[in-house]
Design a protein around this ligand. Sequence first.
Ligand code: FE
Length: 147
Amino acid sequence: MFRSRGSKTATTEEAPREVALSEDEWRSRLTPEQYRVLRKAGTEPAFSGKYLECHLDGTYCCAGCGARLFSSDAKFDSGSGWPSFAEPTLASAVELHRDRSFGMERTEVLCRSCGSHLGHVFDDGPRPTGQRYCINSLSLRIDTGQS
Ligand code: FE
């Protein structure tokens, strides 16, 4: 959940995971690069991700569990070097945690279904949400509706 327009992003409680895998299962399911981002809260280098310049219509799903996270309709060019979205498909698709690592005060975004790290959300996005979900391409897989 997040409060809209002009208010600070609220953090959300950790939910029971629909998808709960062992570390070995995560390692076998993900590439080493995906594992480092999704399971170790890593960050891909800016301007390196495959979805940064992607303009396809579809739904961006969790690369860890397939949960539907962000619509291409909510994607915008933030200039940050990472795919950016104004909002998730559903507030309940993601979980927000306060993150004080690296001497910064940020809000981490996780997939609620599997607990994987997606990126961070900031309060400097475009109207009307005012939110900028700054998400690693490595955490996403687009579903364009064609197989
Ligand atoms: Fe997930």
